[in-house]
Design a protein around this ligand. Structure first.
Ligand code: WQD
Length: 340
């Protein structure tokens, strides 16, 4: 490995990308962000500069622009790409499927074409536990059958398949598929965090917006699931642990070089009400909630067996639910309107 290899982060200005950017710097890599800011704010760049003590290189543009991808890779001597860029709202994907297939799959194809043309064939992909559909049991291992219930999930599943086809066509490709469980939390500085546009779909940003007074109460989607308190159970993972998982993935691909697919989760499930109570304790703010009907498409329980990531990458999650709540609250309370 050369000193300070440059790593391209598509969608690097987003929630997980921005945290990974800092983790890469700390591990001796040189990040280069490629982002069209369709679902992120350029203000994150100034925050990253403050935290790093030095500017982060950013190219404004779209992964769908194959020529741009090739040019950026060549210009910066990119050693590996982490592909974060993509849309991720489940409900929107049902209403606007072509938006999701065009961006998530069109973007993937264009990225691979640009990488191939530039001779860079090392890729880490943001996949999702959504590819497990409604799992037959928990904890989930990577060999569980895959399925999908919406175009977003389908786009992640097919994204994995496109990568597999490329490896068959040319074994020079080195690829890491990271199946995220439920990323939450924020950088401990409170300077960067999750900044959803509009009404949050996901639990934690909704909870933080209730706590800060922007929304009157949380709707808890169902309390009649077959779980200890009847509410849905998920594997929440601190974004800092997730960022460390990307660094470990890049190091493994640039080192040993074997492709892999791993879960990134803690291996622990927490219910919606456990999250609400932990958040109240760590923020000192009440989070009023109402029990609402189940949300279509939700499953009762989803949590990882993260042993393979530990074995292959030497990675495991360290942060607790309390850490996730405390850091999410620091970000939300210091930035009530996000980056705006
Ligand atoms: C968690 C729990 C809800 C909001 C989704 C995608 C997945 C992944 C992450 C992303 C569930 C409950 C939620 C609310 C609630 N993709 N909930 N009130 O559904 O596990 O995963 O996001 O980028 O592909 O499907 O995460 O945070 O939406 O929900 O009660 O207002 O919180 O029912 O039990 P989910 P979530």
């Amino acid at each position: 490995m050369t000193a300070n290899p440059s790593i391209l982060l598509t969608g690097g200005a987003g929630f997980i990308g921005s945290h990974t950017c800092l983790a890469l710097c700390a591990a001796g890599f040189e990040p280069v962000i490629l982002d069209n800011f369709s679902n992120s704010s350029p203000a994150v760049l100034e925050r990253l500069q403050r935290l790093r003590g030095q500017a982060v290189v950013c190219e404004r543009g779209d992964v769908g622009d194959t020529a741009l991808v090739q040019t950026v890779i060549e210009r910066h001597g990119i050693a590996a790409v982490i592909h974060f860029a993509g849309f991720k709202a489940v409900g929107e994907s049902v209403a606007k499927p072509l938006k999701y297939y065009a961006n998530n799959l069109g973007g993937m194809v264009s990225l691979l074409q640009g990488m191939d043309a530039a001779g860079c064939r090392t890729l880490v992909f943001s996949s999702s536990a959504t590819v497990y559909g409604d799992p037959a049991s928990v904890p989930i291992t990577e060999d569980f059958p895959r399925s999908h219930t919406n175009p977003y999930g389908h786009s992640k599943l097919v994204g994995e398949d496109i990568m597999a086809a490329m490896r068959i066509a040319n074994p020079a490709w080195r690829m890491g598929v990271l199946r995220y469980f439920n990323p939450v939390g924020a950088h401990p500085s409170g300077l960067i965090g999750e900044d959803p546009l509009g009404i949050p779909d996901n639990l934690m940003p909704y909870v933080t917006q209730v706590a800060v007074g922007q929304r009157p109460h949380l709707n808890v989607y169902g309390n009649d699931y077959a779980t200890p308190d009847g509410t849905g159970v998920r594997d929440y993972i601190h974004v800092q642990d997730l960022a460390a998982g990307h660094v470990a993935a890049v190091q493994a691909l640039l080192g040993r070089g074997e492709s892999f697919t791993v879960n990134l989760g803690t291996g622990r499930g927490h219910s919606v009400l456990e999250v609400v109570h932990a958040f109240e304790q760590n923020s000192g703010r009440p989070v009023p909630y109402q029990i609402a009907p189940r949300r279509p498409g939700d499953v009762a329980q989803c949590y990882a067996n993260p042993a393979l990531a530990h074995r292959l990458l030497g990675w495991q999650a360290h942060h607790t639910l309390d850490d996730m709540c405390a850091d999410a609250w620091r970000w939300q309370s210091q930035n009530p309107s996000g980056y705006r």
